[in-house]
Design a protein around this ligand. Structure first.
Ligand code: C5P
Length: 446
């Protein structure tokens, strides 16, 4: 295959796999070209109807919780804040009340409660208790089952089965690493709480290390994930996502408009459902979903080389990547210069392309292939093309969508095509579609 570059835009293909892409200087999208912003974004109220009991103990990370309360509220949750005396030293109950729109509980001797038992009433209404920040002292109290102030008392008084406890620790790195803290964390986990882990970096004390509280957006994701059914617990998924980039020279390449959003949404939905997830990502500007292991690649061959050794360790392979079918046989070591002597007179450049490996087909044809899910981005005859791919790539399911209608967007509509038939998943945001796909994968794994 060869590509010829002329100054006049023109596209042609011939049967002997010779392509001519004739273009002006900006016709092939190269690295760094802005992608289309997601239009028509659907933002679901993911915590609608959920009642979160938010306990705050003392720590500079209290400032992050102000933002967290806003995010939880925007996601549809009702938030009831309980503050320890230590928390009040860092942020006022007035601030937390204004943000949560609820009276903040700061004392176990709260006479405004009709039965004077705030510690009992609070957890009876809650779907989840989150302690953020959880100081080393608060974690020690929880480990011992102490009840000498309102927050540890409320945590102890909650019905363990109905109102699970999430803990977001925040402390200095030495306090975090101390055997006493680690022992206490092990104890609270043994008692059924989930410890959300900590971040690494600059600390308020000037030191650098582990112990920072997770960011507000990360905590929001953890709360949302908590409420997702664990349909893929014990399973592992390998996912490809995004475009690939095939270099022509050091500054240009062949790529496509895939944003990676669908693949990243599936990775997030699978991790929320309890799966171990490995995400092999082409060049995209998306944050890694929590608890997902990410391998970054650029070209189709790098994606192939990253996927193949991982296959045996995974139960499911989901190929969402828009892998370039072709790559230049020889990428020029130096920038290809235009012929200035022929400028404006129809200058040409020609270079040859060769086929890239088909990753999904390679995995699908392995003797002990995992459950394989592929995507088909088409512009017409969706069901027909999807069914052809199902057979050709030996996939268990092909997810069809209209390519131009999905690339770069936050929403989509899907057509599931498998041996049993076809089923439409109506238009929705990509995370909701991904959760629907997770349900489908769970069914197929049964
Ligand atoms: O053949 P086509 O590119 O239309 O097939 C799309 C499906 O195959 C997607 O699931 C895509 O991730 C996968 N694919 C692949 N390797 C390629 C080309 C496509 O894994 N080289």
């Amino acid at each position: 295959m060869s590509i010829r570059i002329d100054s006049a835009p023109r596209v042609a293909a011939s049967s002997n796999s010779q392509w001519c892409i004739d273009m002006g200087p900006k016709r092939i999208r190269a690295c760094g070209t802005p992608r289309r912003a997601g239009a028509g974004t659907v933002r679901p109220m993911q915590l609608q109807g959920k009642h979160i009991l938010l306990g705050m103990s003392g720590g500079i990370a209290c400032y992050k919780v102000a933002e967290l309360v806003r995010l939880l509220g925007k996601a549809g949750a009702t938030v009831q804040v309980v503050m320890s005396e230590g928390a009040e030293a860092f942020i006022t109950p007035v601030t937390m009340q204004a943000l949560s729109n609820h009276r903040v509980v700061t004392s176990q001797w709260d006479a405004l409660e009709p039965n004077n038992m705030a510690h009992i009433n609070l957890s009876r209404q809650a779907d989840l208790m989150l302690i953020a920040p959880a100081s080393a002292d608060m974690i020690a109290k929880l480990a011992q089952g102490r009840a000498d102030e309102v927050l540890s008392l409320t945590a102890l008084a909650r019905p363990i089965e109905r109102c699970p406890l999430l803990i977001a620790p925040a402390m200095n790195r030495e306090m975090w690493a101390h055997p006493a803290t680690q022992r206490n964390l092990a104890q609270v986990q043994a008692d059924g709480a989930r410890v959300l882990g900590v971040g690494t970096g600059d600390q308020a004390c000037g030191e650098v290390g582990d112990g920072r509280m997770l960011e507000a957006a990360e905590l929001l994701d953890e709360v949302i994930a908590h409420f997702q059914p664990k349909l893929l617990a014990g399973k592992s998924l390998l996912i490809t996502a995004g475009p690939t980039f095939e270099p022509i020279d050091p500054v240009r390449g062949i790529t496509n408009l895939s944003s990676g959003k669908m693949g990243f949404a599936i990775a997030r939905a699978a991790a929320e459902a309890g799966a171990k997830v490995t995400l092999v990502a082409g060049p995209v500007h998306l944050p890694t979903p929590r608890h997902v292991r990410r391998i970054d690649v650029q070209t189709a061959r790098q994606m192939f080389d990253a996927v193949m050794p991982e296959v045996a360790a995974h139960d499911v392979f989901v190929a969402t990547a828009a892998v370039a079918d072709w790559r230049p046989i020889h990428a020029s070591a130096h920038k290809i210069k235009k012929d200035v002597s022929r400028e404006g007179k129809g200058a040409n450049a020609t270079f040859e392309l060769t086929e890239n490996p088909d990753i999904l087909a390679a995995v699908g044809h392995l003797p002990s292939a995992p459950l394989c899910i592929g995507f088909a981005a088409e512009s017409e005859k969706l069901a027909e093309h999807a069914r052809a791919k199902l057979v050709r790539k030996k996939a268990a399911l092909i997810v069809g969508n209209i390519g131009p209608a999905t690339f770069g967007r936050d929403d989509n509509a899907l057509l599931l095509v498998d041996a049993e038939g076809e089923r439409e998943i109506p238009h929705n945001d990509k995370l909701s579609l991904a959760r629907e796909l997770v349900r489908e994968i769970a069914k197929k794994l049964q």
